[in-house]
Design a protein around this ligand. Structure first.
Ligand code: FDA
Length: 455
């Protein structure tokens, strides 16, 4: 075992952990990052698959994500707009495809009005929720006890309107069925993104991409860290007392004044804490889980949908792939579609053989874009649930009642240990922006804390 010493040891080299380490170094403190994988970036990953460069995890940047945008500027990274010229496609419950423009799905006028009414109700509620402490909303207990599905049923008799509004939060964001999370959890998701209106506006929320891929952020941060980063070193145990911690990996023993656990909360249980974490945390961790989504890339010789006047954007709460977008790379001649399969539909897909799943998902793409979609030259699925050091996607959320019962403990330190990740961020929750925001916050708190302690 190699013994190392530093001011702060950080577990996890995702966007969160690397932001913290970079800030601490800027503040004149020493930081060591231990990372389980043999690469940095966690849920950010760019890979070349059969010659196609694909972003398998997080990729889009929206205008409200100011912490991420500032980081891109600092690192000198350029962005490009998602291709969106032309008409979008909506497929209804009979399988019939309709072209449309704007945000409002081309349902009957009655259903459109109902969707707008529900969005207005949810927007008003969202405006009352502070993303950094949703549990302090005056009606938090009531809002956290009712499922999002039950709330929609109580507020609308129109099943198609309910399915469409549920889609924006359930399949598209938390990637869990709408009956499994609370209205308060849905409102947190919306308020952390700047308002419910942003969730329903694909042009806003999926605005731009980074040239070279969003994983460039952690890769460039890691380059700055130099030998403070240790790959293929899963933290196995954290022993702690008031004055310090010892983090042990397979090859390292790192002694530090403070530690940050910068991994998604579903993985806290993989680390042996000694003494054991307080009971309230042990309980809380069991009620936070990642959602499930399969991100599918299909690459074609050309972006054929554009010739038909289509943008590549498509939605349907009734299709296996509930949303799809043009995901062609920067300056590439080939055309790439990205599609998402979430929640219980993803359960059904993962129970199929790989060949059956590919055929079923491509048929869903064909329902939007025609039979040409059935024959990509490259097809690739990333589900993240199969990744030992992630376990799902996009990020963690509480089950019913969890936000009120445990939310206030999410970011509270335990002795010298702090917790940070996009999954427990307020603003920017579930996004890279949240990872960077919570990273800056935790690093600033640690710098104050360590200076106060005269270290
Ligand atoms: P992250 O999980 O990235 O990093 C944690 C790190 O800790 C990992 O590197 C892991 O290997 C490591 N680790 C775990 N256990 C360990 C242990 N015991 N010891 C040492 N290391 C350990 N966001 C966005 O802004 N725009 C988008 O378009 C999308 N889209 C999207 C698609 C998909 C498919 C996914 C999976 C995710 C997104 N996201 C996204 C979400 C975004 O990717 C995510 O919020 C952040 O990358 C999370 O960064 P963190 O550093 O918090 O965790």
């Amino acid at each position: 075992m190699t013994e190392l010493q530093c001011d702060v040891v950080i577990i996890g080299a995702g966007a969160t952990g690397l932001t913290i380490a970079t800030d601490l170094q800027k503040a004149g403190l020493s930081a060591i990052v231990v990372e389980a994988r043999d690469r940095v970036g966690g849920r950010l990953r760019t890979e070349t698959v059969d010659g196609a460069v694909l972003e398998l995890g997080g990729q889009w940047v929206s205008p409200d994500q100011q912490a991420l945008i500032a980081m891109l500027d600092e690192l000198g990274l350029e962005t490009f707009a998602r291709f969106r010229d032309g008409e979008s496609v909506y497929v209804d419950d009979t399988g019939s495809a309709t072209r449309f423009t704007g945000d409002l799905f081309p349902t009957s006028e009655e259903t459109q009005n109902e969707i707008e009414r529900l969005i207005a109700l949810l927007s008003a509620l969202t405006a009352e929720v502070d993303p950094s402490e949703p549990w302090n909303h005056p009606r938090a207990t009531e809002l956290d006890a009712e499922s999002f599905e039950a709330w929609l049923e109580r507020n609308s008799a129109d099943a198609e309107a309910r399915a469409n509004v549920a889609l924006f939060v359930a399949e598209a964001m938390l990637t869990k069925p709408a009956h499994s999370f609370s209205v308060l959890q849905a409102l947190l998701m919306a308020s952390s993104a700047g308002g419910f209106g942003h969730l329903v506006d694909a042009d806003f929320i999926l605005d731009r991409r980074v040239v070279g891929g969003l994983q460039r952020v952690p890769v460039l941060l890691a380059e700055r860290l130099g030998d403070g980063l240790h790959l293929s070193q899963p933290a196995r145990s954290v022993e702690y007392a008031d004055d310090g911690v010892v983090v042990t990996t397979d090859d390292l023993v790192v002694r530090a004044r403070r530690a940050v656990v910068a991994v998604p909360p579903n993985l806290y249980g993989r680390i042996g804490f000694s003494p054991a974490l307080p009971p309230v945390r042990q309980q809380m961790h069991q009620h936070l889980s990642l959602g499930l989504v399969i991100k599918v890339h299909a690459v074609y010789p050309t972006p054929f949908w554009r010739d038909a006047g289509l943008s590549g954007t498509a939605f349907s709460p009734f299709q296996v792939a509930h949303e799809a977008y043009d995901n062609s790379g920067h300056g590439e001649g080939t055309g790439t579609l990205v599609a998402f399969v979430a929640g219980e539909t993803a359960d059904r897909m993962l129970a199929l053989t790989a060949a059956e799943r590919e055929r079923t998902i491509l048929e869903s793409l064909a329902a939007y874009f025609g039979d040409e979609a059935l024959s990509p030259t490259v097809y690739f699925e990333s589900d993240w649930v199969s990744e030992e050091w992630t376990g799902g996607a996009y990020a963690a959320s509480f089950d019913l009642g969890g936000l009120v019962r445990w939310g206030a403990h999410l970011r509270s330190p335990v002795g010298p240990i702090r917790f940070a990740s996009s999954d427990i961020a307020g603003e920017g929750y579930q996004h890279v922006d949240g990872a960077i925001r919570i990273g800056h916050e935790v690093a600033a708190e640690l710098a104050r804390d360590l200076r106060g302690a005269g270290l």
